[in-house]
Design a protein around this ligand. Sequence first.
Ligand code: HEM
Length: 378
Amino acid sequence: GAAVPFYGAHQAGIVTPAQDRLHFVAFDVITDNRDALVELLQKWTAAAARMTAGKDAGAIGAVNGAPEAAPDDTGEALGLPPSGLTLTIGFGPTLFRDAQGKDRFGIAAKRPAALADLPKFAKDALKPEISGGDICVQACAHDPQIAVHAVRNLARIGFGVVSVRWSQLGFGRTSSTSRNQQTARNLFGFKDGTANLKAEDTKLLEDQLWVQPGDGEEWMAGGSYMVTRKIRMLIETWDRTSLSEQEAIVGRNKGEGAPLSGAKEFDEPVFSAVGTDGQPAIAADAHVRLAHHEVNDGARLLRRGYNFVDGSDGLGRLAAGLFFIAYQRDPRKQFVPIQTRLSRQDALNEYIRHESSGLFACPPGISAADDYWGRGLF
Ligand code: HEM
């Protein structure tokens, strides 16, 4: 239930040990007024500092204001602890130049080259109404009520300046981001996050996660790029697949999570290993082989995804899957080549469908109370 510090060199919610719950929201900015946008970002930062500390969104609070005024907090978090709430903001390509090519806020020149629109990948089935967005906020907490409260209050504060474009709830983190965490499982029943980048990998994080000075736009130094993909999992089909086939598709066993070339979860996969049948122990089209850094020019990701079940789809199937979130120093060198390879060859593809996509530049952390989200842009 403890609070995660809001101030720091990097935004919280990236290497913070992944909490259990997610409410992710993408906003469209519905005004062309630069001052209104800056003012909103300042108000949001103040509200985020308060809420992550377990306080009401506004200084007056849910029940202490004038009876004739709408309260400056909605109240559903009253009496609850901070629950490890983190709020992580990101700016989408369309904030810099909208779909009509217009530089609404005079920031087009600050768009980092690394924030290049993602290409269309093989088998993409993206729905525009749940993709993209000018600004995103990733709210993570151990209690879903806390994450929802935070997103709801940011949307309330943003009335007239932003509107919610899409949002996604998630549960049961599918990645560990610290060596102190047990590896959780995704809805295919497999441990997910074993070979993830972890908070303790300080040197690798500099190389693979945090934007470094000199990488391009200086306002992004200490930040990171976020890619989101809502991936529907065809779990009814998967559930009729044999255990050995499931394990071959992933390239790891289901119980321990060990690579099929090894015995223990954290054994390094050996792609040259051969099974008793003379075939590679880890198949050529196994997910972990194709996603591994050795075959992707050293590229790694910090995955921070969540399971989702949006009820059922009206056709007798669960509307379930993985809300994939990955952070990295440069998507052009990391997510894009990895996903290009996966989308063409991954044995998992028969069981998954990418339905939404998002790309956001997450600035560095907030240094002190007079700093605000996006200050480096304006
Ligand atoms: C590893 C599942 C999508 C990148 C894994 C592992 C599982 C898994 C079970 C092995 C354990 C681990 O190291 O975490 C899934 C499922 C997906 C999915 C069910 C879709 C629903 C993706 C996507 C990407 C990706 C879209 C990136 C474009 C990776 C990477 C690894 C990995 C980099 C580590 C590979 C290694 O170095 O061993 N995934 N994954 N995954 N996945 Fe995925």
